[in-house]
Design a protein around this ligand. Structure first.
Ligand code: KIV
Length: 262
């Protein structure tokens, strides 16, 4: 990929029926790898709290942490669109705070857009952000910041509500919407109804694009991997093997050898 991916690129890809690939990243090395591999969107997800920090939910992630991770991802990214994920309570309290926090992702994090969770309930927030020039990706269905209200990470099956949420976020000005944990037939109907691209995670193949959490896709996780994840490589196993070899070579005096000495 040569050009930088923008909101316009993504809308054109939907219109031309070309699939969009998205992945999360939280740091410079992996963002560079994902960007060079040709991914269209790099989401600096608040999943950083679980994938990197080892928390059991995303709720503890702060604005300062998100800005730090977004900036180091943006430093490595030449082509993909970098989207910063707004953490819990950074956009729900009032519109002024939502604008100020979203603005930080663009000003300090060098992101091109923000993502926030919720459907009809956040449509005023989406309007407020887009009215000041901040592109917004919405996120409906299984919304991890509402884990306690949902009673766990559960597939969402209320078709009328999901369709209404999808239409609301589009009408409010979102340029794209993540569909998470939604039966494939409902995602297909939403994707056919909307003009903006749908990006699915656990939402079936009909979505305009797909997103995975990087650490799940690369096998760097010690937690339960959900059914919808495809693990493309087991980097965790490879890294463990490499470090075991290092430990053995140090204890046997094999490393460092002559070629590693000054
Ligand atoms: O935080 C995140 O990584 C996300 C994606 C899974 C969509 O919200």
């Amino acid at each position: 990929m040569t050009d930088t991916v923008t909101v316009k690129t993504l809308l054109k890809m939907k219109a031309e029926n070309r699939k969009i690939s998205a992945i999360t990243a939280y740091d410079y090395p992996f963002a560079g790898i994902a960007d060079a591999a040709g991914v269209h969107i790099i989401l600096v997800g608040d999943s950083v709290g679980m994938a990197v920090a080892g928390d059991s939910t995303t709720l503890g992630v702060t604005m300062d942490q998100m800005i730090y991770h977004t900036r180091i991802v943006a430093n490595a990214t030449k082509h993909a669109m970098v989207i910063g994920d707004m953490p819990f309570l950074s956009y729900q309290v009032c519109l002024e705070a939502a604008i100020a926090n979203a603005g930080r992702f663009l000003k300090e994090g060098n992101a091109a857009a923000v993502k926030l969770e919720g459907g009809a309930a956040v449509s005023d927030t989406i309007r407020a952000l887009t009215s000041v020039g901040i592109p917004v990706q919405a996120h409906i269905g299984l919304t991890p910041q509402s884990v306690h209200q949902m009673g766990g990470y559960r597939v969402q099956r209320d078709e009328d509500r999901l369709m209404a949420d999808a239409k609301e976020v589009e009408a409010a000005g979102a340029f794209s919407v993540v569909l998470e944990g939604i039966p494939a037939d409902i995602s297909e109907k939403i994707t056919a109804t909307l003009n903006i691209p749908t990006i699915g995670i656990g939402a079936g193949p009909a979505c305009d694009g797909q997103i995975l959490v990087l650490h799940d896709a690369l096998g760097i996780t010690d937690r339960h991997v959900p059914k919808f994840v495809k693990q493309y490589v087991n980097l965790g196993e490879a890294a463990t093997g490499a470090i075991e070899t290092y430990v053995r070579e140090v204890s046997e005096g094999v490393f460092p050898s002559k070629k590693h000495c000054y």
